[in-house]
Structure formats: structure tokens, C-alpha cells
Design a protein around this ligand. Structure first.
Ligand code: CAA
Length: 259
């Protein structure tokens, strides 16, 4: 039987994807990323799912790209195959529903970069983040010099990328990389609980809000404000906006139909 690199399950309107390569601390190979891409696409295509949680094990979210696989490759191998393109970028290019990274243990190299490709990061108290590629004679290749710099600023990004040191959950929260730090005990259940709270919202509004926040990372303030206003206007064409406001005025719970 072939190894199952990624395991998906559904909890209400939340899809939970678990990276499952415990022997190598969830090292990310092309096969893992292909399985992850397929799992993400399946949840994106399932209309009953509003929010996705991506997690690993208690010891490791992912300890980086698979060093054993990479070590023998030369320039033409990685250039011709566009290594770290394709399936590695499904999250960024295709997934429109919010994706939460639930990080327990190591999120290093490609693991830290994968967490940063998600829309937000919740960390367990034992989480460790880092970009140790410099210690391998290489540099981050999946956004570690770009997304980390935007998240924590130039000084700390330089510190992490140039020394390869790890930062703990508290430091990561203080630096703005992590949204919340939660106890290790029942960590995943707690994150799924937050995801389920989000998932009670309108799926359309969730996707629109995600898109707008992500645009803020890419554009000028003026352009971003205009984009936000146009999308805000667009929500007035949805039934969910009517339902949400009617429910508020009539002091009842809204029942969103994702329309
Ligand atoms: N790739 C392949 N195998 C890995 C791995 C990785 N990134 N990380 C850990 N493993 C393997 C180890 O080789 C070991 O396998 P064996 O039992 O067969 O020896 C197993 O996982 C357990 O690891 P350790 O014995 O090292 O566990 P530890 O608790 O002593 O240390 C660790 C944990 C500090 C995370 C250490 O494993 C480590 O430093 N891992 C490498 C981290 C790293 O350098 N990541 C960056 C990779 S490059 C990259 O990601 C490029 C990019 O930008 C996309």
C-alpha cells in the first residue's frame, strides 16, 4: 500500500488536512506537495466547506523541504522542473477559502514558508519557526525571504535568514508572524474550534475578506482601499449581506446560504 502523505477529514464546515510523514518530521517532498495540492483542491471544490485547517504532528508542522531528495540535484534539475513551482503553489494560486496553519513543533525552512502561505498562523506553545537554509549552503526558496520580511520586518527577517536560528511561538507572536499562541494540550481542537466559528460566516464574505487582506500585501494603500471598497459594494449583491443585516436588526442569529 502506498504511503498516505496527507490525510484529510471534515468537521462540520471545516476541512482539516494533516501532513503525515512523521519519520522525517513531515519533510516536504514533491509527493507530499502533490498530495497536499489534491487535498486542498478537493476542499476548495466542496461547497459545504468554508474554512480549511492545515496541520502536522505535535512534534513538527514540517521541518522543511526534503533535504535527502534535494541533495543530489544540480541546477538543471531544479530549473527545468521549476522546483517549488506547480503543486507547491496551489495554496497561493488556486485556494480562495481561508486556510489556517495550525503549527505545533517545528516549522522550518519550507515548513515555515508553507505556514506563511496560509492566511493566518495559530501556534502551539511548543512551536519553533525558522529559515535554516543558510546552514545547508542555500537560501529559502518558497517565500522565506519575502513573506517573512513582510510579516516581521527587515531586521528580524535578516536575523533569522542569516543565522538560521529558530524563534519560539512567543517571539513569533510578538513579531507579528503568528496570530495567537495556544496551549499544546488540545491545540488542534482549539484551532478547529476557531475555524468552526469562522465557518459560520458567509462563505462568500469569507473569500472576499481573504482576497482583500491579501491584496494589502501586494499593492499601494490607495489601490488597496479602492479594491476593498469595490468588494464591499459587491457584498450588497449577495443574499448573505441581506440575511446578516436583517438578522442583526431583528435580534436573531443569521443563517447564511453562501449566496
Ligand atoms: N528533510 C529530510 N529529512 C529530514 C528533514 C528534512 N528537512 N528534517 C528532519 N529530517 C529527518 C532526519 O534526517 C531524521 O531522519 P533519520 O531518523 O532517518 O535520521 C528524522 O527526520 C528526525 O530528525 P532528527 O533526528 O534530526 O530530529 P531532531 O529532533 O534531533 O532535530 C530538527 C529536529 C532540528 C528539526 C532537525 O531534524 C533539522 O534540523 N532538520 C532540518 C531542518 C532544515 O534544515 N530545514 C530546511 C530544509 S531546506 C528548505 O526547506 C528549502 C526551502 O526553502 C524550500
Amino acid at each position: 500500500m502506498s504511503e498516505e502523505f496527507v490525510v484529510s477529514r471534515i468537521e462540520g464546515a471545516v476541512g482539516v488536512i494533516t501532513i503525515n510523514r512523521p519519520k522525517v518530521l513531515n519533510a516536504l517532498s514533491n509527493e507530499v506537495m502533490q498530495s497536499l495540492s489534491q487535498a486542498l483542491l478537493a476542499l476548495q471544490g466542496d461547497d459545504s466547506i468554508n474554512v480549511i485547517v492545515l496541520t502536522g504532528s505535535e512534534k513538527a508542522f514540517a521541518a522543511g523541504a526534503d533535504i535527502s531528495a534535494m541533495k543530489g540535484w544540480d541546477y538543471m534539475d531544479v530549473y527545468k522542473s521549476n522546483y517549488i513551482g506547480g503543486d507547491w503553489e496551489t495554496m497561493k494560486n488556486v485556494i480562495r477559502k481561508p486556510v489556517i496553519a495550525a503549527v505545533s513543533g517545528y516549522a522550518l525552512g519550507g515548513g515555515c514558508e508553507l505556514a506563511m502561505m496560509c492566511d493566518t498562523i495559530y501556534a502551539a506553545e511548543n512551536a519553533r519557526f525558522g529559515q535554516p537554509e543558510i546552514k545547508l549552503g542555500t537560501i529559502p526558496g518558497l517565500g522565506g525571504t519575502q513573506r517573512l520580511t513582510r510579516a516581521v520586518g527587515k531586521a528580524k527577517a535578516m536575523d533569522l535568514v542569516l543565522t538560521g536560528r529558530m524563534m519560539d511561538a512567543k517571539e513569533a507572536e510578538g513579531a507579528g508572524l503568528v496570530a495567537r499562541v495556544l496551549p499544546v494540550e488540545n491545540f488542534l481542537e482549539a484551532v478547529i474550534g476557531i475555524a468552526q466559528e469562522m465557518a459560520t460566516m458567509s462563505q462568500t464574505a469569507l473569500m472576499m475578506a481573504k482576497e482583500c487582506v491579501n491584496v494589502a500585501q501586494e499593492t499601494t494603500l490607495e489601490q488597496g482601499l479602492l479594491f476593498e471598497r469595490r468588494v464591499f459594494h459587491a457584498t450588497f449583491a449577495t443574499q448573505d449581506q441581506k440575511e446578516g443585516m436583517d438578522a442583526f436588526v431583528n435580534k436573531r442569529k443569521p443563517s447564511f446560504k453562501n449566496m
